[in-house]
Design a protein around this ligand. Structure first.
Ligand code: ZN
Length: 497
């Protein structure tokens, strides 16, 4: 059947990996000019499922339905082919592959397929949904289509990232996400070191002891003035005063996590769900003792984690390599790992994980435990690298506008790059543009302004997204090649070490 289709439409690209035969029907994806479609083909007109939205065509003695990649059809696809539905990834090594444009999934899968890592494709925080003007469902649909087009049948996860409320959980559960990253950062009390003795006593006594189902004394008994021996080292004991500070800092983090975990279990008892806890967005690095305390208390409260994201030492700035002491990172990582082993062997999760090559190398060299790495912006930068090569004029416009937006857009980000360190437009030849994507300043300026570029709220930016998507579709192979080799670079340090 497919040969017949190919003969009749020589100008279309058939995505060979997508071809599936199922109950006498042939399903596959094609690209026709600038759009891709799902084709359902049969020799018998009546066997084609017309609940898909599409156009029925005849080809000699055969029939085919040409279906748009819309939400309705994505839903039917997931019912028919369960491998296009998100599943649990468990405590296996995994890689989070955020895809802000919704067209990077196929290349992501090509790279991940060469490794033992499991993919988490739809990785989406609420904040990012707002910035990119997308819905949680759209992001999930893009992942399902990518998986189908790639013929990837080993299962992918979907991560509702940085969820803060019950409503956030609802949104993600209803769209079929399976990994729920709880972000209780609003409950971290950062000023504990400034508290006087009396204030300390007062805040400690006001902790939500009932929800913790502990007495203040029981906490002292469990944690103060004792060392914790772990498989890869020892955590030094803390005094009662330091323990009180840690409990004040993280007590409500623990209870809020418990509350959201219970909500998820009770509200969606049959929904496959795994829980990550992220405390990465705090002012100071998470000490091994703080990690131990949080993990131990959550364990006691029956909260099961698949992964936990501490705030590590050093700087994890967006879009560039780790800045800091790799040896110190490695030492502390080993202790964090031992804590994770002690409480169920959950994964350590690396947020702002894009381009942290020296961290991957350090983790790879330990050859121990499991890891989850979250990336997102780096794929957008590979899209821009493709634009720099294929449409220098558009790239220059995006760069100029990004420089203009930078001051406002960088506010919520942790970065040091700045526009003044990027050579002015007139000094850049078209060949230089590509190299800008390897320059830390340019990478960060382009990285933090993605929302302004993609949401097109101002007249000057209104056409950016459409032109960008158009160019990426025209140069699909180049874009895929850029993404694939970039992610090969991300993944290989874990096994090279
Ligand atoms: Zn994070």
């Amino acid at each position: 059947m497919i040969e017949k289709y190919r003969e009749n439409f020589p100008d279309q690209r058939i995505y060979e990996e997508s071809v599936i035969e199922d109950a006498g029907l042939l399903y596959f994806m094609i690209r026709d000019q600038l759009e891709s479609f799902l084709i359902i083909m049969s020799e018998r007109k009546e066997s084609i499922d017309l609940s898909y939205e599409g156009e029925l065509n005849q080809l000699g003695s055969m029939y085919f339905l040409k279906c748009e990649k819309n939400q309705h059809n994505a839903g039917l696809l997931r019912d028919r082919f369960p491998f296009t539905k998100a599943v649990l990834i468990g405590k296996n090594n995994s890689f989070g592959l955020g895809d802000r444009l919704g067209n990077a999934g196929v290349a992501h899968l090509k790279s991940i397929c060469k490794t033992t890592f499991r993919p988490v494709l739809a990785q989406q925080s609420i904040r990012e949904l707002q910035r990119t003007n997308r819905t949680a469902q759209e992001v999930m649909d893009a992942a399902s289509w990518a998986v189908f087009q790639n013929g990837f049948k080993s299962g992918f996860g979907a991560d509702g990232d940085h969820l803060k409320t019950e409503e956030d959980i609802d949104l993600m559960a209803e769209a079929g996400y399976t990994m729920f990253t709880i972000d209780p950062s609003e409950f971290v009390v950062n000023h504990v070191m400034e508290l006087s003795g009396d204030e300390l006593q007062k805040e400690y006594s006001e902790l939500p002891w009932e929800t913790l189902s502990r007495t203040p004394d029981a906490i002292f008994e469990a944690y103060s003035d004792r060392d914790f021996l772990l498989s890869t080292g020892k955590i030094d004991g803390v005094s009662e005063i330091m323990l009180m500070r840690s409990m004040i800092k993280y007590g409500r983090v623990i209870t809020h996590t418990k509350k959201l975990s219970d909500y998820l279990k009770n509200r969606y008892p049959n929904h496959p769900a795994e829980l990550e806890l992220s405390v990465d967005e705090t002012d100071e690095p998470t000490t091994p003792f703080e990690h131990y305390l949080i993990a131990s208390e959550l364990d006691r409260l029956g909260v099961e984690l698949v992964s936990l994201a501490p705030r590590f030492c050093g700087d994890f700035e967006k879009g560039i390599d780790f800045k800091g002491d790799s040896e110190q990172f490695k030492r502390e990582y080993k202790l964090h790992l031992a804590i994770a082993e002690e409480f169920g062997g959950y994964k350590l999760s690396i947020h702002s994980g894009s381009d942290k090559f020296s961290v991957y190398k350090a983790i790879g060299s330990l050859n121990r435990g499991s890891v989850h790495v979250k990336t997102a912006g780096t794929s957008y930068l590979e899209a821009l690298r493709t634009i720099a090569e294929a449409d220098p004029k558009l790239f220059r416009e995006i760069l100029e506008y990004s420089k203009e937006r930078f001051k406002e857009d960088k506010k919520t980000y942790h970065i040091t790059g700045k526009p003044s360190d990027i050579p002015p437009d007139e000094k850049l030849s078209d060949d230089d543009l590509r190299d800008l994507l390897d320059d830390d300043h340019a990478r960060q300026v382009l990285h933090v302004t993605f929302g302004s570029i993609l949401n097109g709220r101002e007249p000057i930016s209104s056409g950016f997204k459409e032109r960008l998507m158009h160019c990426l579709t025209l140069h699909e192979e180049l874009y895929e090649k850029n993404l694939e080799s970039h992610f090969d670079k991300h993944l290989s340090p874990f096994s090279d070490a």
